[in-house]
Design a protein around this ligand. Structure first.
Ligand code: NAP
Length: 271
């Protein structure tokens, strides 16, 4: 599936973002985006970079794609670095973040975006499928947030943005483990928001609806046809639409917003 970030040049992506946000909105900020090599994470990394943040682009295995994200950010005057670690590996992730913090002087923004969906009917679900969803999506979010929190507490400032999913709100057939991991992220977000608010650290979650990325391209035309019937705006979202919300939450524009779950889904879920 072709996504808008594949169609638009880096300059056009930056131009789109800068129509809404100033190019110095996040100047001086250091951001870590997990799973920044592709899809939604790449768009978020490019958007934060277009607004002046220095961006660490994490990836699991796709070094070439991560380097493309870095090159895209640099080509519009931003600063970025690709760093490999597996967010489901607590020791590796904590060590990598500690090293980065020493070099960059701590993080101002963390976007927990890295995610997988290993789907199966519940009755057939294997332990490995359950573990892959929980360990990458939920445990990975916990491990990264824990690793940056002390540094943010010292700075008395921080923005943690967790990428959940509409599936975490509604559940879905064949996605019990993914849904549990994404619903878990919402509980984690609210608890962290309460614990860290007095330290001026804000923690929020974005629930994307169906967004055109590699993850949704695996779904097939029939499923997408059915999904479209559930979306009042009658289209899938593009990664830049999630990125715009992430920039809002990363910036001073969201100075009184914490513990919230923000669905960016064309009206698919309404409470
Ligand atoms: P994607 O295109 O499949 O990209 C996944 C990203 O996560 C890649 O950068 C990948 O790195 C990284 N990643 C996976 N496992 C990792 C690990 N263990 N450690 C570090 N990085 C890891 O996914 P996407 O569609 O952009 O989704 C991004 C996030 O949005 C996910 O959390 C997903 O659940 C959520 N979401 C997506 C949709 C949607 O419609 N697409 C809807 C709701 C929520 P490599 O490139 O190195 O493999």
């Amino acid at each position: 599936m072709t996504t808008p970030q594949d169609v638009l040049t880096p300059a056009q992506v930056a131009e789109q973002i800068r129509k809404t946000y100033n190019s110095s909105l996040l100047a001086g900020k250091v951001a870590l985006v997990t799973g920044g090599s592709r899809g939604i994470g790449r768009s978020i990394a490019m958007a934060l970079g277009a607004c002046g943040a220095r961006v660490i682009v994490n990836y699991a295995g796709n070094a070439a794609a991560a380097q493309e994200t870095v090159a895209a950010i640099e080509s519009v005057g931003g600063q970025a670095r690709a760093v490999q670690f597996d967010v489901s590996n607590s020791a590796q992730t904590s060590e990598a973040i500690k090293t980065l913090e020493k070099e960059f002087g701590g993080f101002d923004i963390l976007v927990n975006n890295a995610g997988v969906s290993r789907d199966n009917l519940f009755i057939k679900m294997k332990d490995e499928e359950w573990d892959a969803n929980i360990n990458t999506n939920l445990k990975g979010t916990f491990v990264c947030a824990r690793a940056v929190t002390m540094g943010m507490m010292r700075k008395r400032a921080g923005k943690i943005i967790n990428i959940s999913s509409v599936i975490g709100l509604t559940g879905n057939m064949g996605q019990a483990a993914y849904a549990a991991s994404k619903a878990g992220i919402l509980g984690l977000t609210k608890s962290l928001a309460k614990e860290l608010a007095s330290r001026n650290i804000q923690v929020n979650a974005i629930c994307p609806g169906y967004i055109t990325t590699d993850m949704t391209s695996a779904h097939g035309d029939k499923l997408i046809e059915n999904v479209l019937k559930q979306i009042p705006m009658e289209r899938l979202g593009d990664p830049l639409e999630i990125a715009r919300m992430a920039v809002f939450l990363a910036s001073d524009a969201s100075s009184y917003v914490t513990g919230q779950t923000l669905a960016v889904d064309g009206g698919m879920t309404m409470v």
